[in-house]
Design a binder for this molecule. Structure first.
Ligand code: C2E
Ligand code: MG
Ligand code: MG
Ligand code: MG
Length: 280
C-alpha cells in the first residue's frame, strides 16, 4: 500500500503540515480545558432602531484564555465545530444568554429587549436541538419571546424540510429567528420565501462600502425592499458611520447594529450603555 502510494505519502511527513497538526491538537486541548475552566464569556452588541434606542442585544462569544488573552470567535469557532466542542459551548452560550434575558426582564426599563444567539450548523443539525433550546429556556425561566436565534443560509441547505420543522417548532413557543450574513451564502429567494424567518441581517460586507460602491448600495436596497415585501424585519450589520446609517435609513432600513453605535460590550459596560440608550 505504502509503495503504491509512492512519493505522495511523503507529504504526510511534511514538517509544516505536522507542525500545523500539532498546533491544532494543542489548541483543541486548550479549548476543551477552557470549557471546563469556564474561560468563555459573552459580549453583547446593542441593536438599535431609527430613534437611536436600543431594541435588543446580540450575544457574541469570546474566549478569555489565560495565555492568549481575549480570543475572537473567528479563531476558534471552526475548530469547535470540527471537534464537536461547539455542542457544549453552544449550550453554554444559550444558558448564559438566557441568564441575561432573565436579568433584563427583571427590570421594567429593559424587559422589552431581545437577546440574539448565534447557532452553528452542527448545533442546529442535532436531532435534539429543539429540545435543548426549550430545556434551557425552561430551566432558566427566560421568556421565549425575547430569544432570537441567528442562523446562516449555508446551514439550512442540507435539509430544508428539517430546518423548517425545527424553526416552526420553536416559533410555536415564541422564539424568533434571524437570517445572519444574508447575501453571502448560497442565497436562494425560494429558501427565503419558504423559511419562516422573522428577520434578515444585511451582511456587513454590503454595508462597508455602501457609500462608494453603487452595487453594494443596490444590494442593500434590494434586501430592504424584499424584507418589506415579505414582511420580514431587516437589520443592517456592521454600520460604522452616521453616513452609512443615514443612507441605509433612506433605503427604508429601520434597524441597525455596528461600531457606530457600540462595539460588543462586556456585561460590566453594557449597563452603562443601556442607561444612556433606553427609550424614555
Ligand atoms: P456574526 O454573527 O455575523 O457577528 C457579527 C460580527 O461582526 C461580530 O464579530 C461583531 O463583533 C462584528 N461587528 C459588529 N459590528 C461591526 C462593525 O461595525 N464593523 C466591523 N468590522 N465588525 C463589526 P465577532 O464577535 O468576532 O464574531 C464573528 C462571528 O463568530 C459571528 O459573526 C458569528 O458567526 C460567530 N459567533 C460569535 N459568537 C458565536 C456563538 O456564540 N456561537 C456561534 N456558533 N458562533 C458565534
Ligand atoms: Mg450573528
Ligand atoms: Mg452577521
Ligand atoms: Mg458572520
Amino acid at each position: 500500500q505504502a509503495k503504491a502510494a509512492g512519493r505522495n505519502t511523503m507529504r504526510f511527513f511534511d514538517p509544516a503540515i505536522q507542525e500545523a497538526a500539532l498546533v491544532r491538537a494543542s489548541l483543541e486541548a486548550e479549548l476543551r480545558q477552557g470549557l471546563a475552566r469556564q474561560e468563555f464569556v459573552l459580549f453583547y452588541q446593542p441593536q438599535m432602531n431609527s430613534a437611536g434606542n436600543v431594541i435588543g442585544l446580540e450575544a457574541l462569544v469570546r474566549w478569555n484564555n489565560p495565555h492568549r488573552g481575549m480570543v475572537s470567535p473567528a479563531d476558534f469557532i471552526l475548530l469547535a465545530e470540527d471537534t464537536g466542542l461547539i455542542l457544549p459551548l453552544g449550550r453554554w452560550v444559550l444558558e448564559e444568554a438566557c441568564r441575561m434575558l432573565v436579568f433584563l426582564t427583571a427590570n421594567s426599563s429593559t424587559r422589552h429587549l431581545s437577546v440574539a444567539v448565534n447557532v452553528s450548523a452542527l448545533q442546529f443539525r442535532q436531532p435534539d436541538f429543539v429540545a435543548v433550546v426549550l430545556d434551557v429556556l425552561h430551566s432558566s425561566g427566560a421568556h421565549p419571546g425575547r430569544l432570537k436565534i441567528e442562523l446562516t443560509e449555508s446551514l439550512l441547505l442540507e435539509d430544508i424540510e428539517g430546518a423548517i420543522q425545527k424553526i416552526n417548532e420553536l416559533k410555536k413557543h415564541g422564539v424568533r429567528f434571524s437570517l445572519d450574513d444574508f447575501g453571502t451564502g448560497y442565497s436562494s429567494l425560494t429558501y427565503l420565501k419558504r423559511l419562516p424567518f422573522n428577520q434578515i441581517k444585511i451582511d456587513q460586507s454590503f454595508v462597508h462600502n455602501i457609500l462608494n460602491d453603487p452595487r453594494d448600495l443596490a444590494i442593500a436596497n434590494t434586501i430592504i425592499a424584499l424584507g418589506q415585501t415579505l414582511h420580514v424585519a431587516v437589520i443592517a450589520e456592521g454600520v460604522e458611520t452616521s453616513t452609512q446609517r443615514d443612507l441605509l435609513a433612506q433605503c427604508g432600513c429601520t434597524l441597525f447594529q455596528g461600531y457606530f453605535f457600540s462595539r460588543p460590550l462586556p456585561e460590566a459596560q453594557l449597563q452603562d450603555f443601556l442607561r444612556r440608550h433606553l427609550a424614555a
